[in-house]
Design a protein around this ligand. Structure first.
Ligand SMILES: [Zn+2]
Length: 487
């Protein structure tokens, strides 16, 4: 493989540089001229569009799309103190000296709870309007100063944010859980990545939220990525912004809200989770091109081979197929390039195949090759697509299962995280200071209190869900916490 085309470092040896090269060389994104920004190139944008339409389909019957301004008056942000504290220095402001009558600073949306809830306070009058649900596809800005990693860490990124209003806490709770479940479907079925769902610890909730839920995915370097969040905001925002409605007996009531989001960060997870030393590997569900046909010919057999390639293409109705007819590239170059771009299946068609009426199939995930009669091609490709999707998921599932370890003391936690990374489950008393001790020493934190451990705050309030002692302080344990280094 030529140096300029392929990835030049092993994923295992230097995942940071490997990631950078895959993003650039697979044509997914580039760095923008302002530090911390990214240019999402067409191939990368296709991945986001695919996630977008998949999620849009899930919410279409209940949620309407809307759009809110990028600019938020500072007074609206200030109405909700926790937001100001929570986002603090990450909020960027426009302070244009030429604008004479600019009476207050204008924030560039870090998230839209304040401007949306302000809108709700005008819009919502009656219980008949509830539940009220809207969603926007937008960009947000978090002015962090840190090294840029396209899709994973940028000052501006794309996301969807859903905002809903309800009559009761229970309805808001059901809404927050439902959207989290839909994120799980996106991550597991569309991206073929296993996940862990649960609560964020009390001290790590979204500013002002009653509960914050997270969907976590474990990356090959043993770090966890938060791949989506949903928040039951209770009456926190509706009290600050005075969102009330008349109930059935004409009584004035304060409403409840939720918010939930997934972002282009999912593309970062996708690259990290599935890629290998040859570049990207895409699950068939999300791959912009599922099958690439590479005709291999000389001048004297070009016509037959191209004609037979067209026949093959005709057999692949309903499958996103590209025939690579570029004359100025060798077959070898094309193989490498499509591998780099993660196309799940390659079909090679040379003079031998054209003569025998067959095609050679090569899987991107395993490298396995097989020959298929042309009239069986469509069926076989369908089978392989399903098989590849399944196999890619199972591989990661095994990895995840192998990387959940239990630790009983602080020493064991530190040792296990230091040696093996992954998730370390430990009994926890609920105190932030115990998490801080781990964080200080190995830069790992509690990423999730998984549902599967039944550590719901309700259960905890009624006496806890786990017997024994906190692994860090020895105090009475209240829940199982999963610690990990994270992105
Ligand atoms: Zn403790």
């Amino acid at each position: 493989m030529s140096q300029e085309l392929g990835v030049t470092v092993d994923k295992e040896n230097d995942i940071h540089e490997w990631y950078r090269q895959v993003v650039m060389k697979a044509d997914l994104a580039d760095y923008g001229p302002v530090q911390g920004t990214m240019i999402v190139k067409p191939y990368g944008m296709k991945l986001w569009s695919s996630i977008r339409s998949e999620f849009q389909d899930k919410i279409d019957n209940e949620v309407d799309n809307a759009y809110f301004p990028l600019f938020i008056p500072e007074r609206l942000l200030d109405k909700e103190e926790d937001i100001v504290d929570g986002f603090g220095a990450e909020v960027a402001y426009v302070e244009d000296g030429s604008e004479k009558d600019m009476e207050e600073r204008v924030a560039i949306r870090p998230t839209s709870e304040s401007i949306v809830t302000d809108f709700f306070s005008d819009e919502i009058r009656s219980h008949r309007q509830l539940p009220y649900r809207l969603n926007q596809w937008a960009n947000v800005v978090r002015w962090e100063v840190s090294d840029t990693r396209p899709f994973l860490r940028t000052r501006e990124f794309l996301w969807q944010e859903g905002h809903t209003v309800h009559e009761t806490h229970e309805e808001a709770e059901a809404e927050a859980r439902k959207r989290l479940k839909q994120y799980e479907e996106i991550v597991e079925e569309h991206l073929a990545i296993p996940s862990v769902l649960g609560y964020k610890p009390e001290h790590d909730k979204f500013p002002g939220a009653d509960y914050t839920y997270t969907i976590e995915t474990l990356m090959p370097d043993g770090r966890s990525i938060q791949s989506g969040t949903s928040h039951n905001l209770g009456q926190h925002f509706t009290e600050a912004f005075d969102v009330t409605y008349e109930d059935e007996s004409s009584e004035e009531k304060t409403a409840y809200t939720t918010s939930w989001g997934i972002s282009t960060r999912l593309i970062g997870s996708l690259i990290l989770a599935h890629g290998d030393d040859n570049g990207l590997r895409l699950p068939p569900t999300i791959a912009p091109i599922q099958v690439v046909v590479v005709p291999i010919y000389q001048d004297d057999n070009k016509e037959e081979v191209l004609e037979f390639s067209r026949e093959a293409e005709n057999e692949l109705k309903g499958i996103r197929t590209e025939v690579d007819r570029r004359d100025h590239r060798t077959p070898g170059y094309k193989f490498n390039e499509w591998e780099l771009k993660g196309v799940p299946l390659r079909i090679e068609i040379g003079p031998d195949e054209a003569e025998s009426g067959t095609a050679t199939l090569v899987r991107r995930d395993t490298g396995d090759r097989e020959e298929v009669e042309i009239d069986r091609l469509g069926d076989r490709v369908d089978e392989l697509m399903a098989g590849i999707q399944e196999q890619m998921y199972r591989e990661l599932e095994t990895y995840q299962e192998d990387n959940i370890r239990t630790a009983e003391s602080k020493e064991e936690m530190l040792g296990t995280i230091g040696r093996s990374r992954g998730y370390v489950r430990a009994k926890w008393c609920g105190s932030e200071s115990c998490e801080a001790e781990i964080k200080d020493e190995v830069a790992a934190e509690i990423v999730v209190l998984p549902f599967e451990e039944d550590s719901s705050p309700e259960a905890v309030q009624s006496g806890g869900t786990v017997e024994g002692e906190c692994a860090v302080c020895g105090g009475e344990a209240r829940k199982w916490a999963w610690y990990a280094k994270n992105y």
